[in-house]
Design a protein around this ligand. Structure first.
Ligand SMILES: Cc1cc2nc3c(=O)[nH]c(=O)nc-3n(C[C@H](O)[C@H](O)[C@H](O)COP(=O)(O)O)c2cc1C
Length: 316
């Protein structure tokens, strides 16, 4: 078997993107004494004794020769509110350090302010590995804090604290309703309530699996729809019913249209807005349609009246 014909760049990237990582900015200084850095999620711990870490850097990156020659580098682990910093150091331009606050570390290389941890390194080895180089660093100094990390998964940044909020809401002992916007390729599923003649998202007390009849995934499976849940898109308390709501974004992997019952398959450009069950759903679907167009999603956190959308910026 010829592996190169089987493994295609885009799909291989997508597969690798399922591995959730933190996000770092790796920094050093060039031969003119100027600070240089790039965003990296390939940071990995290697050894405790001696203390070694590694980072992989694309051989064709502008900063590659600088890092392979510098002798020292620093790994700055970003906090959840530092998406901007990640974007700055992943975008072309030589003015990256003008847009952040930083200082010089013990090893004479730049360190960024307000990160959750930092590893100062002396370059131990540089290995060529395919189209990347592996920078193996011996850690000479480090610090860390208890703040929440920025997380990267499937091409999007995820705020770790939001996931904690979602989990806290789910385990608070209050009535919890899990629902999902199920993307069926341009259409979504809406559940019909015959009594009130309104439409709502498919929902259940927990996410579950296909074999559990009372779970969200089980109810959808019984209706011929196989779903993978991806990100949480809303966590809010319905103050009227005292219900915690967690809304997922789901992607239908199989839809048996003939088997669908209890749900309507509704095109995104043909949503019967006046038949939706409440305002939070109208707001949620309005945001979902806007976000789908630009492929950049956010998470709403709040209650049914007040709240905030935290943007999950997709990698540019
Ligand atoms: C979340 C994220 C993680 C990244 N991880 C890496 C990485 O581990 N190695 C790498 O070479 N590039 C990585 N990149 C891409 C570089 O940050 C980007 O190509 C950058 O512009 C390189 O800078 P340079 O061309 O000035 O060297 C990542 C980008 C993002 C957004």
């Amino acid at each position: 078997m010829n592996e190169s014909t089987k493994i295609t760049g885009r799909e291989f990237r997508q597969a690798l993107g399922t591995f959730a990582t933190g996000v770092t900015v790796v920094t050093t200084t060039d031969s003119n004494g100027l600070p240089r850095g790039f965003t990296a999620n390939s940071f990995t711990s290697v050894s405790l004794e001696p203390p070694l870490i590694l980072v992989c850097l694309a051989s064709d990156a502008a900063t590659c020769p600088v890092f392979t020659d510098s002798g020292f580098f620093n790994v700055n682990v970003l906090a959840e509110n530092q998406q901007d910093v990640a974007s700055i150091f992943a975008s072309p331009g030589d003015k990256r350090f003008d847009k952040v606050t930083w200082s010089i570390g013990e090893n004479g290389r730049p360190i960024l302010d307000d990160t959750i941890s930092r590893f100062e390194c002396q370059t131990s080895e540089v290995y060529e590995a395919g189209d990347h180089v592996i920078l193996l660093g011996r850690v000479t100094d480090y610090n860390f804090s208890s703040r929440s990390p920025l997380v990267y998964c499937r091409g999007s940044y995820v705020e770790f604290g939001l996931l904690q909020r979602a989990m806290e809401a789910a385990s608070s002992g209050r009535l919890t309703r899990i629902s999902a916007i199920v993307d069926c390729g341009g259409s979504i599923l809406l559940a019909k309530d015959e009594a009130s003649k309104t439409l709502a998202l498919p929902s259940a007390p927990h996410v579950g699996v296909a074999e559990e009849d009372e779970s969200l995934i089980g109810k959808l499976a019984a209706s011929g729809v196989e779903v993978e849940t991806t990100f949480v898109c809303s966590v809010y308390e319905d103050t009227a019913t005292k219900t915690n709501n967690i809304v997922y974004r789901g992607i239908a992997t199989k839809v048996d249209k003939a088997a669908i019952h209890d749900y309507d398959l509704v095109a995104l450009d043909d949503i019967p807005w006046d038949q939706l069950c409440d305002d939070p759903l109208r707001m949620l679907l309005t945001r979902y349609i806007e976000e789908t167009e630009v492929d950049a999603f956010g998470v709403y956190v709040g209650d049914n009246v007040h709240g905030e959308v935290h943007k999950l910026r997709a990698r540019s």
